[in-house]
Design a protein around this ligand. Structure first.
Ligand SMILES: [Zn+2]
Length: 254
């Protein structure tokens, strides 16, 4: 599904538009011209569907040079190993969560807890995946003609990495850290922390984002910064922020 000149949606589950497996997060394809990148990898329960969508949009899977992971939860990293094998892409993830993906650590990613809670099927397992790029806050690189900057915003998870991308407009691929309306996703599991959100939410200020592209639910192609400003604003009082959702709230995702 073509969203803009730079971005196609090639995966999306039941907390999205129902394009691929129900547990998949949004999987975006960045078209940098000579180089392509995927943002996130889905749950890994039907990777072929994602690859078919890449081809249906007119691209070759072997031209995918990067898989940019927003954070190490199963619905975002489960497909990483299979997509890397199919494309030969380099996998990028925050340095904080790189060991979790490399080792397929089901405790550190809270996957064991989420499976126990019925979010994943009983036989679901996290496939370890080699990591090629361990990112820090502020790291910059290019995907063809697109300029990418990593923004480390712990809160939803310790290593949540957002990707600010400059193309025909400015995009923020925000994973589960920040959603449409300025909503944040705090989970009752290891790695998720209101304190981390409070200490890092300022990083959303002044980014001048046009398109907000989260890991689930609505994305928007213009006016994105107002959603980020709303999130910053919600943290100004001493009371518990009112922009919280968890997976039993409006959204079903890990
Ligand atoms: Zn998540």
């Amino acid at each position: 599904m073509k969203l803009t000149e730079d971005v196609h949606l090639v995966g999306s589950g039941s907390a999205g538009v129902g394009l691929t497996h129900e547990l998949d997060c949004h999987v975006y394809l960045l078209d940098g011209g000579e180089e392509l990148a995927l943002v996130d990898a889905g749950a890994g329960l039907d990777v072929d569907d994602i690859l078919r969508n890449v081809e249906a949009e007119g691209f070759r899977p072997q031209d995918v040079r990067y898989i940019l992971i927003t954070h190490a939860h199963g619905d975002h990293i489960g497909g990483a190993a299979a997509l890397k094998e199919a494309t030969g892409a380099r996998v990028a993830i925050s340095e904080v969560e790189a060991p979790f993906l490399r080792e397929g650590d089901e405790e550190a990613t809270a996957l064991a807890q989420a499976r126990e809670d019925g979010y994943y099927p009983p036989n679901y397992r996290l496939r370890p995946c080699p990591v090629d790029m361990e990112l820090k806050h502020g790291d910059e690189f290019e995907v063809g003609k697109l300029r990418v900057r990593g923004i480390h915003l712990p809160g939803h998870s310790k290593g949540s990495m957002l990707y600010l991308v400059d193309g025909e407009r400015r995009y923020l691929f925000s994973g589960d850290a920040i959603f449409f309306g300025g909503v944040i996703s705090l989970l009752n599991c290891v790695g998720s922390s209101l304190e981390d959100y409070r200490e890092n939410i300022w990083k959303l200020k002044g980014l001048n984002v046009d398109a907000l592209m989260p890991g689930h639910l609505n994305f928007c192609l213009s006016g994105g910064q107002r959603h980020l400003d709303a999130a910053v604003e919600a943290f100004k009082g001493i009371g518990v922020p009112t922009n919280l959702i968890g997976r039993h709230g409006l959204i079903m995702s890990q």
